[in-house]
Design a protein around this ligand. Sequence first.
Ligand code: ADP
Ligand code: MG
Length: 244
Amino acid sequence: MSESQPIIDVQALVKTYDLLPVLRKLNLQIGHGEFVALLGPNGSGKSTLLRLLCGLSRATAGTIRIGGWELPKEAAAVRAQLGLVSHKAILYDTLTARENLLFFARLYNLPAASIDARITAMLDQVGLARRAHDLVRTFSRGMLQRLSIARALLHNPDILLLDEPYTGLDQDASRVLDDLLRAAHGGGRTILMTTHDLSRAAILPTRIVILSRGVIGYDAPASQTDALALAALYTDITSMTTAR
Ligand code: ADP
Ligand code: MG
């Protein structure tokens, strides 16, 4: 696949739940190395879109291609390229940080010989090396979030998807998350992050997309909109949306 092709290519995507349309022929193309903030009110379908991209949920109609591979028929190839940090941490409370990563490394079929070194490197990268042997249930929200990122990046995916990653984090933890995302993006990764925090969308992302009425209601480079202008724009674009 050439670098000029979008790494995420969504065409006419429809998702309905019990005849209720959430996504209505949504089109979205994301290029290699972009950092996209996906905004939208509660219930606008942000999490639904991320789940569809990961193959965790099936589209009602439309096509999804990730790195040239198509869902659902090439789901394994798609998943190999994606790391998901969902709103709810996908981690086991009764395992240590290291044991959690070991579990997922095996799930991802990472080569056995390199697993230990990879886990050590990831724990180090997210600043959890000293807590490696502590049970996850003793972790703060910020630590859980960092471990979730280590888990999502374990198999070195090209794309990182994050669903409301700043929710529940205090200022310090948010800043640590900023640094981690900056590093992930700086390393050439493509990032798609949902957030309802407009100020966050104005910091790291290179592109801002607003979901409204099941389609993309706004799409522009982040450099075109400062935080204040974005707030006005957001109200404008989403105010006509029926909250469900
Ligand atoms: P957001 O993440 O933007 O807050 P969601 O994607 O979670 O929005 O939800 C979009 C809409 O789809 C909401 O109306 C929600 O109630 C509905 N929805 C999401 N998941 C399901 C499901 N599994 N079954 C039925 N309805 C769902
Ligand atoms: Mg959501």
